[in-house]
Design a protein around this ligand. Structure first.
Ligand code: EPU
Length: 437
């Protein structure tokens, strides 16, 4: 819907500043209420698209969100020779017998998650040429643990003109790999490598995220033999061949959490369906500590926000700790809470980049190394801001829901990477919000 259809004359003035970028424009002050259903998880579907490379034939994925990163992963798969057909929240991926084992820099730059093709391409082709991702909006984000584990399984790497050239003589060989930190991407690359490796692969200190459990479910349906997904010790017995299957993508806990915070910050009453509240225990616990009334049911959660939240402290940690990708949204809530909150970010060195944008809205946030000291203010004031990454973009929209006047979140393409129609879904809960292209 163009801005002129929104019916708020002040918006016309606001949009002149960022006319050439996709923006999300929100007028604060509406209390959100109602029900919103979440779709499949970005951080599951991207890897589940990649796992299809391990079995030639026609795969089907359902509950696929219509987000930019899925589009980008379609391009990565097409580059390797796959054919991708898109339906409504559905994908069919046809994997050829012979893959082109490459992920070039433009695709890896557009979406860093492309590096998880490394494991499947090595397993299927014995070689892979994957551009080495640089840092991104969240920091340096190296991949030495992915490479170290694959090397232990027999792969060799060379860096040639910015491209990782990987190869293995014959088949990858299972072994015990101990990760220094439960990295999601490294666990996934090793899972991919292990399912077709010779013998047993054991991942010690594996990531325990629900998206990994869902990926293991898909791989097991394809014929893989995996034990312990969801725990710190994953054991994989390699098989000779996998088969294509249909798979329903697990719900997006981050989308669910974002709508929960949107309900909380507006003193609203929001029910999120199609989700697994068990995957958001720590985040919901913190919302309850902040004064929200939180109910968790079977496949749904309901959050009723207080008139004004109270300060809480939290530290981001791998699952089941507080998710780093819920950090900026929670800070939006705490920026208008009563009292001072201390947030510790343990995963990303550049996660706090959004703080300057929130400060433009009047938030009082001080950064000390990996800590943020958030002194709650009485109100925020809407203004043009820029989304620095997916979650910070969502957080700025959430802050805009309670800011006085109009907040215009520019560079909304970042938000589109991980949220299907964030503006439309918040509007369905009563927000005065729209998107302008
Ligand atoms: N790390 C290393 N070396 C490695 C691998 C990771 O130092 O070889 C570090 C990273 O730099 C980071 C930490 O370990 O500081 C955790 O990284 P991890 O590998 O667990 O993250 P990832 O696989 O790169 C996924 C999600 C992120 C999410 C993290 C943590 C996808 C596509 N991305 O990234 O999601 O924040 O796990 O849960 O699954 C988002 O959705 O907005 C997003 C950034």
């Amino acid at each position: 819907m163009p801005c002129s259809d929104f019916g708020h004359p002040f918006l016309h003035e606001a949009t002149t500043t960022f006319a050439v970028m996709p923006n999300i424009i929100v007028e604060g002050g509406k209390s959100l209420s109602g029900t919103v259903q979440v779709l499949g998880a970005k951080n599951a579907v991207l890897k589940e698209m990649v796992s299809t490379l391990l079995a030639p034939g026609r795969h089907r994925l359902t509950n696929v969100p219509s987000i930019l990163d899925v589009e980008l992963m379609c391009q990565v798969l097409e580059h390797t020779g796959c054919k991708v057909e898109k339906g409504h929240h559905e994908l069919w991926i046809v994997v050829p017998e012979e893959l082109k084992p490459e992920a070039p820099i433009d695709l890896v730059r557009a979406m860093r998650a492309s590096i998880v093709v490394l494991g499947p391409l090595l397993a299927m082709c014995g070689e892979a040429r994957v551009a080495l991702p640089g840092g991104d909006d969240l920091g340096a984000r190296p991949i030495e643990w992915h490479m170290g584990g694959l090397e232990q399984m027999g792969a060799e790497f060379q860096l040639v003109h910015g491209e990782l050239v990987a190869s293995v003589e014959g088949r990858l060989v299972g072994t015990e790999v101990e990760l220094p930190f439960p990295s999601v991407g490294a666990t996934e690359n090793l899972l991919f490598a292990g399912v077709l490796a010779q013998g047993e692969t054991v991942i010690v200190n594996a990531a325990r995220e629900p998206e990994i459990v869902d990926l293991a479910k898909q791989l097991s349906a394809m014929g893989a033999v995996i034990e312990g997904a969801g725990t710190s010790l994953i054991t994989i017995r390699g098989v000779d061949r996998l088969r294509p299957v249909g798979h329903h993508v697990i719900a997006d806990r981050l989308e669910a959490g974002t709508y929960a915070v949107a309900g909380a910050i507006t003193a609203g009453d929001v029910t999120v369906t199609g989700c697994h509240p068990d995957h958001l225990r720590m985040e919901m616990k913190k919302l309850a500590e902040a004064g929200c009334d939180v109910e968790l049911g079977d496949g749904w959660l309901r959050v009723r926000g207080p008139e004004r939240a109270v300060a809480v402290d939290f530290a981001t940690l791998p699952f089941p700790g507080f998710h780093t990708d819920m950090h900026p949204q929670m800070v939006a809530l705490l920026s208008v809470a009563e009292g001072t909150s201390v947030i510790t970010e343990n995963l990303y060195d550049a996660r706090f980049r959004y703080v300057g944008e929130m400060a433009r809205m009047g938030a009082d946030i001080q950064i000390e190394a990996q800590h943020a000291i958030v002194r709650g203010v009485d109100s925020l004031s809407g203004c043009p801001v820029l989304a620095p990454d997916i979650r910070a973009g969502a957080a700025l929209v959430v802050a805009g829901l309670v800011a006085e006047g109009v907040t215009e979140v520019g560079d909304a393409t970042h938000i589109d990477r991980g949220y299907e129609d964030l503006a439309g879904r918040l509007a369905s809960l009563g927000a005065a919000i729209e998107r302008s292209e």
